[in-house]
Design a protein around this ligand. Structure first.
Ligand code: ADP
Ligand code: ZN
Length: 291
């Protein structure tokens, strides 16, 4: 059977899906990310029964995206054991030599999925920011994924510290970058309580909104996207979005005009699906022009 495939390759799990030519998903499986060998064996077991026209891969990173470099298709400086310098795309291409591939980051795929079918439908640009185990952001501009010498790594940009904050931060590379100060693990690191178990009125949320609001100001000032979409486990806190919107307005301080904040900063339109839908779309568009 001819199908279009997608892999949303996360550091915790890999979501594999195949879809028909309307991109309706006909089979999907979540595979735990363990060693590359074991994980790939499970990925092959999922896709082998199909005639794969295309496979769109959105991977955890950082990854090599320059086709002229030897590192193209590789996972780069990840703290994840066994995956450093692993030629992920190469292994997939070897198994499916007739298939057309798309290769980008998990967050770029999610941004693209949101632009084409989610919260940023009808726009030309958006940024998708996930706040989970890490913080990552994907950027779409002029309808295309934005890349340069590498892919943007907005999660690791620096933010101004809150005057009362003395927490060292959790990033193994930078300590107190945005991810170090405001990703899920920082909630537990600061309070001893996992994010999902923290009460709504805990003062930590104000601090978290301070950092995330600041990050969105920086994104707006540098990229001026038409929409910013927030996803990831931590955004399951229903009160957090409004706090981030307010922190954004306060720190923007009226400097740059943006759409009304309720329209401009939103949560995902395709909850838990932006990534895999983006992967399927990017794969399919390798073989057919998009409508
Ligand atoms: P991953 O980033 O590994 O793909 P998630 O996006 O689910 O996974 O993020 C996991 C992180 O989100 C963990 O640090 C977890 O504690 C935190 N988290 C999950 N649910 C909630 C919640 N309801 N409120 C706050 N934090 C949460
Ligand atoms: Zn960092």
């Amino acid at each position: 059977m001819m199908v279009y495939g997608g892999i949303e390759a996360g550091g915790t799990k890999m979501i594999c899906a195949v879809a028909d030519d309307q991109l309706t998903i006909i089979a999907q499986e979540s595979i735990p990310t363990t060693t590359p060998e074991e994980t790939l064996a499970a990925i092959f077991a999922f896709f082998d029964p199909y005639d794969l026209v295309s496979l769109g891969v959105g991977s955890f990173g950082p990854i090599g995206i320059d086709p002229t470099q030897a590192t193209y298709g590789h996972i780069l400086a990840t703290p994840k054991k066994g995956w450093q310098q692993f030629d992920f795309l190469g292994a997939l291409k070897k198994r499916y030599p007739e298939t057309a591939f798309a290769w980008t980051t998990d967050v770029n795929a999610a941004a693209y999925g949101e632009l084409r079918q989610g919260a940023a439908q009808g726009k030309d640009s958006c940024v998708y920011l996930t706040v989970g185990t890490g913080i990552g952001a994907g950027v779409v501009r002029e309808g295309k994924i934005f890349e340069g010498i590498g892919h943007p790594e907005i999660g690791h940009t620096y933010v101004k510290r809150h005057s009362e904050d003395t927490y060292a931060g959790t990033c193994p590379y930078h300590g107190d970058c945005l991810e170090g100060l405001a990703a899920g693990p920082s909630l537990e690191g600061r309070t001893g309580i996992k994010g999902q178990d923290l009460p709504q009125d805990h003062e930590i949320w104000g601090l978290q909104a301070f950092y995330l609001g600041q990050a969105l100001v920086n994104i707006t000032l540098t990229l001026a996207p038409e929409k910013i979409i927030l996803g990831g486990g931590v955004m399951n806190q229903p009160h957090l979005l409004a706090q981030i919107q307010q922190a954004f307005l306060k720190q923007m301080a009226g400097y740059m005009e943006t759409p009304p904040v309720e329209d401009y900063i939103v949560t995902w339109g395709l909850p838990n699906k932006s990534g895999i839908i983006g992967c399927l779309l990017l794969g399919k568009e390798q073989v057919t022009a998009h409508d």
